[in-house]
Design a protein. Structure first.
Length: 694
């Protein structure tokens, strides 16, 4: 493993893609997992289409949203295959096509690439919220069957495909490769081997929960069992749940992880709720991230609404793992016991994602419907009228298209609110993209509901916050929400999200209702001024704590100790007559969150750039506070700064990011960025260069 990487379809590999197509044609083979690439005369259009088709609203009716990947060999950057991940299943895909299609260059086969590609895309499926994926192959394709089974594929059945006259073998693969189990004698030999491996290593063993102190492993098992209950926990310790991390495919112990149910002063400052380790030979396979995700779900079950997890400043791998699990950096503290700076992250155990309904959630939707057991499910788009979830999903597609709606209806979008830790549906959301007279008076743009068993856990506010972000992406700048006057919980949720009460009216059933308007832009851009000087200083200090990480979009804020001097400097950048030598005119903005007037980011745009020989900075730069990342602010900032650039008269803007900054790349692409090329800058860093047309 580790020979290839998956890269979303890009223009920069088109020459290699042409060669791949040519080789398949010469071998008279169909290219599976290629999103119909052979139907395109202009491959640039293919790239544009497949990137658009990642979003459901841009997908033609006969297709489903999907992500197209190149399989790139890392040693020589060669395109050796294509693989496609379908995010939903229609009837044909459920029966015969599956979630995944892939192909490997004929000249690169029998080198283990297919197995590695499938393993990597299964991990991508997990990141996209799919708990399991369906993958199929023809009965006579022995190689594919072995590849699927090597990745943990479990055969469900064999179905005859009338379209190609072949029997289709249908396998399901769970995207979670691991499971957590309590220490027990069945694994005692593996625990001993695990301990022996760590004895050889010059690294900390805190996550092993005193395993090193026990020669008798039965004694260690008894010890960690006692730690589970407060009454049997030694006074100097805290109640702790210890888990073995077992790989499902071969029942192998690959890691240890523990969950501290309480924190004393030292734990809260430097250690946190969670400690984990991975067997050295099993590292760099994504296990750490999956382990952390599993134990966060255990924390939720134990009643912890958030957990603290820490790592040494020098442990870049752990920092990336924690941040990939939605860890939010609170601060960095010096630990006098080991002489290291400790990065302290909090993870919310109840994080949710809004996803489009798909057949993956078929059984859960039926359970949700039954739990409601009501003639009407709020925000359910007539879910209560359907026993066949496939028919309901097809019905939802008709509701998104204004042209096929009956007169008097409006286009709308349906989302499932899914808890990230266990992929459970905990709510529903409906967004109406327009309002007729009745909706404007009594219903509003947004409806949402939370499962009865999941209420009073703070989900409603999280659902509404994400819904507003989606509404904003559809250019709904202000949205109307309505609730009954006596529904104080809903009123508080709306007001928490900055809802402004317009009035109260009686509906047709003589029920008094509150009508709120909400601004979907959570942030605003303002010119820097002394009114924000203290916040600017704190913002700079946050970045200084991160080893002096450069503050993008800040016009050299890192270089200034005196914020007043920085304010004078950026004022000079806005005036052609006093522009410092070698500088280009630039507009600097603070990004202010509206609900609390807090500074959460910085951004700027250069009114002109020199693009000869390649420009590595572009027109636009932005940054988000380390404490405010992964909340959707970056996309809003980029959208707002592009509007400023357009107002200034720019027709397109160049924006760049380092090649390994996947989050920024996705933000740019979400805002219409078209990758032009990749260049190596003067510091030997690979840079992606995008154009956004305004």
């Amino acid at each position: 493993m580790g020979n290839i990487k998956l890269v979303r379809a890009e223009i920069v590999y088109l020459n290699q893609l042409e060669n791949l197509i040519k080789e398949f044609i010469e071998n008279k083979e169909q290219i599976h997992g290629a999103s119909g690439v052979t139907e395109y005369k202009n491959l640039v259009n293919w790239v544009i289409d497949v990137r658009n088709f990642e979003e459901k609203e841009k997908v033609p009716d006969e297709l489903v949203p999907a992500i197209q990947y190149y399989a790139i060999r890392e040693s020589d950057d060669k395109l050796i295959g294509l693989i496609n991940l379908r995010l939903e299943l229609n009837n044909y895909l459920l029966n015969f096509g599956g979630h995944i299609g892939y192909s490997v260059l004929p000249s690169e086969r029998k080198k283990g690439y297919a197995t590695e590609m499938l393993s990597l895309v299964v991990d991508e499926a997990r990141k996209e919220g799919l708990s399991k994926v369906l993958i199929t192959c023809d009965e006579n394709n022995i190689g594919s069957r072995k590849t699927i089974e090597a990745n943990g594929g479990v055969l469900e059945d064999v179905r005859y495909d009338p379209y190609d006259g072949e029997n289709t073998w249908r396998y399901w693969i769970e995207t979670n490769q691991l499971m957590l189990v309590k220490p027990n004698l069945a694994y005692i030999d593996q625990i001993q081997e695990y301990k022996n491996e760590f004895i050889k290593l010059p690294e900390g063993t805190g996550s092993l929960c005193w395993l090193m102190q026990y020669e008798d492993l039965q004694g260690w098992i008894d010890f960690v069992t006692d730690l589970e209950e407060k009454d049997t926990t030694p006074e100097e310790l805290v109640p702790t749940k210890q888990y073995l991390t077992i790989r499902k495919s071969d029942n192998k112990l690959v890691g240890l992880i523990n969950l501290r149910l309480e924190l004393n002063e030292y734990l809260e400052n430097f250690i946190g709720n969670i400690g984990y380790s991975v067997l050295p030979e099993e590292r760099r396979k994504g296990y750490a991230k999956e382990m952390l995700n599993l134990v966060v779900d255990e924390a939720r079950k134990e009643g912890l609404s958030k957990v603290l997890i820490t790592c040494d400043e020098s442990n870049i791998g752990s920092r990336k793992t924690i941040e990939a699990n939605d860890g939010m950096l609170e601060d960095v503290r010096y630990d006098p016991y080991d002489g290291e700076n400790t990065w302290r992250y909090w993870i919310d155990t109840n994080l949710i994602a809004l996803v489009k309904p798909s057949l993956e959630y078929k059984e859960q939707l039926l359970e949700y419907k039954n739990e409601y057991d009501a003639p009407y499910i709020v925000a359910g788009s007539r879910l209560q009228d359907y026993d066949d979830m496939e028919m309901w999903i097809e019905y939802l597609k008709t509701q998104e298209d204004f042209n096929v709606l009956n007169q008097g209806r409006v286009p709308s979008l349906e989302y499932l609110a899914v808890r990230k830790s266990d992929k459970k549906i905990i709510g529903l959301v409906n967004i109406r993209l327009q309002l007729n007279d009745y909706l404007e008076k009594y219903i509003g743009h947004i409806g949402y509901s939370v499962s009865p068993s999941e209420r009073r856990k703070g989900y409603a506010s999280k659902i509404l916050e994400q819904t507003l972000s989606i509404a904003n992406s559809y250019d709904l700048k202000r949205v109307l929400l309505v609730c009954d006057d006596d529904n104080l919980a809903s009123a508080k949720t709306i007001e928490k999200n900055n809802g402004i009460l317009e009035n109260k009216i009686f509906n047709e059933d003589n029920i008094l209702q509150r009508r709120y308007w909400l601004d979907t832009d959570q942030v605003m851009l303002v010119k820097p001024s002394t009114a924000y000087i203290d916040q600017i200083f704190r913002y700079k200090a946050e970045y200084d704590a991160l080893d002096g990480e450069t503050i993008d979009g800040s016009s050299k804020l890192n270089s200034y100790e005196d914020i007043n001097e920085w304010l004078s400097y950026i004022e000079s950048l806005d005036d052609e007559h006093i522009l410092p030598l070698g500088q280009v005119p630039r507009k600097q903005f603070l990004v202010i969150r509206k609900k609390d007037n807090n500074l959460i980011g910085l951004c700027n745009f250069r009114t002109r750039i020199n693009i000869e020989g390649g420009n590595f900075l572009g027109h636009v730069g932005y940054s988000v506070s380390p404490l405010e990342r992964q909340k959707g602010y970056a996309s809003q900032i980029l959208k707002l700064i592009n509007e400023k650039a357009s107002d200034y008269g720019l027709e397109k803007v160049l924006i760049t990011c380092t090649d390994d900054n996947i989050a920024s790349a996705r933000t740019i692409e979400k805002n219409g960025g078209i990758l032009e090329n990749k260049l190596i800058d003067s510091e030997n860093t690979l840079i992606r260069r995008y154009w956004i047309y305004l």
